[in-house]
Write a protein that binds this ligand. Structure first.
Ligand code: HEC
Ligand code: HEC
Ligand code: HEC
Ligand code: HEC
Ligand code: HEC
Length: 447
C-alpha cells in the first residue's frame, strides 16, 4: 500500500510542478497585473549603474520610441481594425514591446503620452522573473515570467536585502534573447531571426552568446553595496548606436589595373567583410533597414562620377540594386486611402548595391509591415564572418581628365528607408544616414 502511494506520488510530482510553471507566450496574455511587477525605479536605489545603462538602451524605450508608436498605432492597430484576423498578431506586438501590458491583458495599451506602466517597456523585473521558455526554439515572446520576491540571474549565491536570488542557466544563453529576437508572423514567415542566424553561424557554433557583444563584462559593482566583480553591462547597443554600426563591415577596394588608357574600362573589386556582428547585417527589423554601397570617382580636375554596381545575375537581384520604383502600397489599407500607390522603394542613388532581404506582401509588393509579409525574397545580407565581393566595371567617360582618378566606396546604413519615414512623418533620426565604413583606391589614366 505504502509502495503504491509512493509510486502515485512520484508519478504525479512532475505533473504538479509543470502545473506550477508560469504560462508562456500567448497563454500568458492577461494572466498578471501591473502590480505584480516592481518598477525599474525600485531597482535603481541599489543597482545604480545598471539602471542608468538601461534607461539609455532601446530596451527601456521599446514601447515609447516614436517610430514604434507610429507603426503600432497608425499601421498595425488600424490594419487589425480592417482585417480582424490580424488582431492576435497585433496584440502580440506588446508581448515583446510592452510585456507588462500584454501580461496584464491591457491592449492596445494607453498611448505613451498617458504615462501608463506600459511605458516601462522591457523592464528589469520582466527580464529577471523569466524562468524558462516554452518549446525547443524561442520565438514570439515564448518566455515564462513568474514575478515575485525571487529574482533570477546568471550568478550563483548572490545575497540582497531586497530580494532573493537564484542562478538559472537560461540567463547565460542566446535563447533567452531569442524569445523576443525571433518572430514568426501570421503567415508562418520568420520576420525576425537574429538568434537563429546566430545559431547557424560561427558565433553560435563556438558558443559566444549575444551577451558577449551586447552586455559586455567590466570590473565594477552591480549594486552599490556589492563587492567589485566582473559585471554584465546593460548596454544593449545596436542599430540606434552609430558606434555599434560603425566598422561592423570592413571595406577594401582595388583596381585590376593601375594604369588605364583613355579608351579602356576600369574594373574595381570591393570586398565587404562582416568581422564584428554575431549575425547577419542587417538583422532584426530587416523590413525597415537599408545598407547600401555607393562608389564614386574623382578625376584630376575635380570632376566626380557615380559608378553603378555590376549585376551578378542571381534570382531576385533587382531588389538588391537601387531603383526608383514604388513599393509599400499595402499601407493603403491601414491608412484608409485606396488611391495610395506607394512611395519610392529605396530612396538611395539608383544603381547602388543594397544588402537586404526584401519582405513581400500577399500581392508580391515590398512591405515594411512585417505582420503583412507573405514571403521573403533573396537573402543578400552579409553573414557573420562572411565576405562578399562586388565588381564595378566602368567605361571611362569621354570628358575624363588625364592623370590620377581617385575612387571612394562608402557603405551606409539607415534604420528606416527614407521615403517611408518621410511619408509617415517619422522623426529624422530614424532615417538619417549612418556611415558603416569607406575605402579608397586610384588609377592613372594615360593617352
Ligand atoms: C536594497 C538594495 C536592492 C534593491 C532595491 C534591488 N536589489 Fe537586486 N541585488 C542587490 C544586491 C546587494 C545583490 C547582490 C550583489 C552582489 O553580491 O554582487 C543583488 C543582486 C541582483 C541580481 C543578480 C542575481 C543573480 O543571481 O545573478 C539581480 C538579477 C537583481 N539583483 C535584480 C534586481 C531587480 C530586478 C530589482 C528591482 C525589482 C532589484 N534587484 C532591486 C540589492 C538590491
Ligand atoms: C532584456 C533583459 C534584461 C533587462 C531588461 C535587464 N536585465 Fe539584468 N541581466 C540580464 C541578463 C541576461 C543578465 C546576465 C548577463 C550575463 O551574466 O552575461 C543580467 C544580469 C543582471 C545583474 C547581475 C550583473 C552581474 O554580472 O553581476 C543584475 C544586478 C541585473 N541584471 C539587474 C538588472 C536591473 C536592475 C535592470 C533594470 C535597470 C535589469 N537588470 C534589466 C537581462 C536583463
Ligand atoms: C522581452 C523581450 C526581449 C528580450 C528577452 C530581449 N530583448 Fe532585446 N529588444 C526587445 C525589443 C522589443 C527591442 C526593440 C526596441 C525598439 O527599438 O523598439 C529590443 C532591442 C534590442 C537591441 C537594440 C537594437 C537597436 O535597434 O538598437 C539590442 C542590441 C538587443 N535588444 C539585444 C538583446 C539581447 C542581447 C538580449 C538577451 C540578453 C535581449 N535583447 C533580450 C525585446 C527583448
Ligand atoms: C560578435 C558580436 C555579436 C554577437 C555575438 C551578437 N551581436 Fe548583435 N550586433 C553586433 C554588432 C556589431 C551590431 C551592429 C551591426 C548590425 O546592426 O548588425 C549588432 C546589432 C544587433 C541588433 C540591431 C540590428 C539592426 O540592424 O537593427 C540587434 C537587435 C542585435 N544585434 C541582437 C543580437 C542578438 C539577439 C544576439 C544573439 C542571438 C546578438 N545580437 C549577437 C554584434 C554582435
Ligand atoms: C517576438 C517579439 C516581437 C514582436 C511580436 C514584435 N516585435 Fe517589434 N521588434 C522586436 C525587436 C527585438 C526589435 C528590434 C530589432 C532590431 O533592432 O533590429 C523590434 C523592432 C521594431 C520596430 C523598429 C524600431 C526602431 O526604432 O527601429 C518597430 C517599429 C516595431 N518593432 C514594431 C512592432 C509592431 C507594430 C509589432 C506587431 C505587429 C511588433 N513590433 C511585434 C520584437 C518584436
Amino acid at each position: 500500500m505504502v509502495r503504491i502511494l509512493i509510486l502515485i506520488f512520484t508519478l504525479t510530482l512532475p505533473i504538479l510542478s509543470a502545473a506550477q510553471q508560469a504560462p508562456a507566450g500567448e497563454e500568458a496574455f492577461g494572466t498578471r497585473s501591473y502590480d505584480d511587477y516592481e518598477r525599474p525605479e525600485a531597482c535603481q536605489s541599489c543597482h545604480v549603474d545598471i539602471y542608468q545603462q538601461w534607461t539609455q538602451a532601446m530596451m527601456s524605450q521599446a514601447y515609447t520610441h516614436h517610430w514604434d508608436e507610429i507603426e503600432y498605432f497608425d499601421l498595425a492597430v488600424r490594419h487589425a481594425e480592417k482585417v480582424p484576423e490580424l488582431k492576435g498578431a497585433v496584440d502580440g506586438c506588446n508581448g515583446c514591446h510592452a510585456p507588462l501590458a500584454y501580461l496584464a491583458g491591457d491592449v492596445p495599451p494607453p498611448r505613451p503620452a498617458e504615462n501608463s506602466r506600459a511605458n516601462e517597456s522591457v523592464s528589469c523585473d520582466l527580464c529577471h522573473t523569466i524562468t524558462h521558455f516554452k518549446g525547443d526554439v524561442p520565438f514570439n515572446f515564448s518566455y515564462a515570467s513568474k514575478p515575485g520576491r525571487l529574482k533570477y540571474g546568471a550568478k550563483e549565491g548572490m545575497k540582497s536585502p531586497h530580494h532573493d536570488t537564484q542562478y538559472l542557466e537560461v540567463y547565460t544563453q542566446a535563447e533567452f534573447c531569442g524569445n523576443c529576437h525571433n518572430e514568426k508572423n501570421p503567415y508562418g514567415i520568420w520576420v525576425k531571426s537574429t538568434q537563429l542566424e546566430w545559431k547557424e553561424g560561427p558565433y553560435g557554433q563556438e558558443g559566444v552568446p549575444c551577451h558577449r557583444c551586447h552586455m559586455p563584462k567590466a570590473l565594477g559593482r552591480n549594486a552599490k553595496m556589492a563587492q567589485e566583480d566582473m559585471v554584465a553591462q546593460h548596454l544593449f547597443n545596436g542599430a540606434h548606436d552609430p558606434g555599434k554600426i560603425a566598422g561592423a563591415i570592413e571595406l577594401r577596394m582595388h583596381p585590376l589595373e593601375r594604369e588605364v588608357p583613355l579608351d579602356e574600362v576600369v574594373v574595381l573589386k570591393v570586398q565587404l567583410f562582416n568581422g564584428k556582428a554575431g549575425h547577419k547585417v542587417p538583422t532584426g527589423s530587416v523590413e525597415d533597414r537599408i545598407m547600401w554601397l555607393h562608389v564614386t570617382a574623382e578625376d584630376s580636375e575635380g570632376n566626380t562620377f557615380h559608378l553603378p554596381v555590376d549585376p551578378k545575375g542571381f534570382e531576385g537581384e533587382q531588389y538588391t540594386i537601387a531603383s526608383d520604383e514604388l513599393a509599400y502600397s499595402d499601407m493603403a489599407v491601414p491608412l484608409n486611402d485606396p488611391a495610395f500607390k506607394g512611395v519610392a522603394r529605396d530612396g538611395v542613388p539608383v544603381g547602388d548595391r543594397i544588402f537586404r532581404m526584401p519582405y513581400f506582401d500577399p500581392d508580391g509588393v515590398m512591405t515594411i509591415m512585417q505582420w503583412n509579409t507573405e514571403s521573403l525574397g533573396v537573402d543578400y545580407r552579409i553573414g557573420p564572418r562572411e565576405t562578399k565581393i562586388e565588381t564595378f566595371t566602368w567605361p571611362l567617360p569621354d570628358d575624363i581628365a588625364l592623370g590620377k582618378v581617385v575612387f571612394t566606396a562608402r557603405l551606409n546604413y539607415k534604420k528606416l528607408v527614407k521615403p517611408v519615414a518621410d511619408f509617415l512623418g517619422v522623426p529624422e533620426d530614424e532615417s538619417e544616414t549612418v556611415p558603416v565604413n569607406y575605402a579608397t583606391t586610384w588609377v592613372e589614366i594615360y593617352d
